[in-house]
Design a protein around this ligand. Structure first.
Ligand code: NDP
Length: 447
């Protein structure tokens, strides 16, 4: 039940943002955690601070025209939502996926604001993207699209203003094309304007791996609170993109056995443990489908088209594909099959019903805004290296990432204790993120 002081705020969010269901869901989840905070510290509800946190500072929507390889002109829609800059320049990824609309970007930008606050680093929250579908497009088409997208977006960016990175459908290749266009238009080699760059031209070690590695560190720390680790545990990881691949890599390194992963066409089960070299070859080089993995493994793996990966029994689950990919029924199945812990690599992958199911069952639950913060934290480390024209070793950078993830875990656990819900990392993450943003907003006045 939402605190009565927060009810009119949420009603206003629904009224002002019609039809944006994911955004409503993300706001509701945070507001659900704030009742205890404003009861203890009423000043956080003064000067419409919470209303301001729910309203993006700026929302940009633009046309992205581009020409395909056959000379046909296409029009997509580009977005950048600059949500909150109380803690630093807007920071958050760009998503290219046909389902993207303003509500997607707003939910992601809202989540990003608290996630970035949780890292303890000086970065505000933003998110962007397009309804462009990169699947099946040639390299040249991807390049032309990225160039057209950046031709409008560049005027809203800057290393002290807004610093995008990748997300679904945007990896090193796309960041390269966008950086090239930004450099050309502005005539500035402004490395700090985008993160997720290639190692040869301003990128940081560990950025590619950071979200998956970070989520794994977070879950490891959670398991330690019950005197357990990944060693010998069966793990399932949804998705087969950037976050999923590096989650599989780190879980395997820590002794876990990842037996299933997926893409939007279905999932594969490989009881011996996913062959990561093969998966990387198919997904990172060939840009193929997950069925190709099962084909290449012969009888050792099976492909289940259109199925629910959550039907595969496991002790740890790491949803790493997309929002609302795990529903209440999936959660009940996982709990029945003996799930101990869940770490959200993706943003908001569990529906509210699924989250409640996990919390009620006493499953260790790491919400995305805490568990997947390693990506943006390492992006902030990339910005630090760019600002000082330095580059750090893989080992030093990974150590920073591990420390950041452990600190986020401990801060969430501490806040959950303080606000009367020990072990509830959802509440802990929302409260810890909120307090940091709110303190800065109070200091900066009504802006
Ligand atoms: P990628 O594009 O690299 O991979 C996405 C994976 O998820 C693909 O396997 C894709 O399958 C699958 N997927 C995407 N959309 C859907 C859908 N609607 N239904 C089913 N499967 C889907 O993206 P990332 O790995 O970068 O991102 C995954 C998640 O992690 C997202 O929620 C993102 O916001 C979040 N995240 C990413 C960070 C990063 O650093 N990259 C940082 C923090 C969070 P297919 O190829 O078939 O579409």
């Amino acid at each position: 039940m939402l605190d009565e002081k927060l009810q009119p705020i949420f009603a206003d969010v629904l009224r002002r943002n019609p039809g944006e269901e994911e955004f409503h869901q993300a706001v509701r989840e945070v507001l659900d955690s704030l009742g205890a905070v404003i009861a203890k510290h009423p000043h956080y509800a003064e000067n419409a601070l919470i209303e301001r946190i729910c309203e993006p500072e700026r929302q940009i929507i633009f046309r992205v025209p581009w020409v395909d390889d056959h000379g046909k002109v296409h029009i997509n829609r580009g977005f950048r939502v600059q949500f909150n800059s109380a803690l630093g320049p807007y920071k958050g990824g760009l998503r290219f996926h046909p389902t993207v609309y303003l509500g997607t970007i707003k939910f992601l930008g809202f989540e990003q604001t608290f996630k970035n606050a949780l890292t303890g680093m000086p970065i505000g929250g933003g998110k962007g993207g397009s309804d462009f579908d990169p699947k099946g497009r040639s390299d040249a088409e991807i390049m032309r699209f990225c160039q057209s997208f950046m031709t409008e977006l560049y005027r809203h960016l800057g290393e002290y203003t807004d610093v995008p990175a990748g997300d679904i459908g945007v990896g090193g290749r796309e960041i390269g094309y966008m950086f090239g266009q930004y450099k050309r238009i502005t005539n500035r080699y402004e490395s700090g304007v985008l993160t997720g760059k290639g190692l040869a031209w301003g990128g940081s070690q560990v950025r590619t791996e950071a979200t998956g590695y970070g989520a794994t560190y977070f879950v490891e720390r959670m398991l330690q609170t019950r005197k357990q680790g990944f060693d010998g545990k069966k793990v399932i990881v949804s998705g087969a993109g950037n976050v999923a691949i590096y989650t599989i890599e780190k879980v395997t390194e820590l002794g876990g056995r990842v037996i299933a992963c997926s893409d939007s066409s279905g999932y594969v089960v490989d009881e011996a443990g996913i062959d990561l070299a093969l998966l990387k070859e198919i997904k990172e080089q060939r840009r193929g489908r997950i069925a190709d993995y099962a084909k290449a493994r012969g009888n050792a793996a099976k492909f289940v088209p259109e199925g629910r990966i959550w039907d595969v029994p496991a002790e740890v689950a790491m949803p790493s594909a997309t929002q609302n990919e795990l529903n209440g029924q999936d959660a009940r199945t996982l709990v029945k099959n003996g799930l101990i812990a869940i770490g959200e690599g993706a943003n908001m992958p569990s529906t509210p019903e699924a989250v409640q199911t996990f919390l009620k069952a006493g499953v260790l639950f790491a919400p995305g805004k805490a568990a997947n913060a390693g990506g943006v934290a390492t992006s902030a480390l990339e910005m630090q290296q760019n600002a000082s024209r330095d580059s750090w070793t893989f080992e030093a950078t990974e150590e920073r990432l591990a420390t950041i993830m452990h600190n986020i875990h401990d801060r969430c656990a501490e806040m959950a204790d303080t606000y009367g819900s020990p072990g509830n990392y959802v509440l802990g993450a929302n409260v810890a993120g909120f307090i940091r943003v709110a303190e800065a907003m109070r200091a900066l006045g009504i802006v």
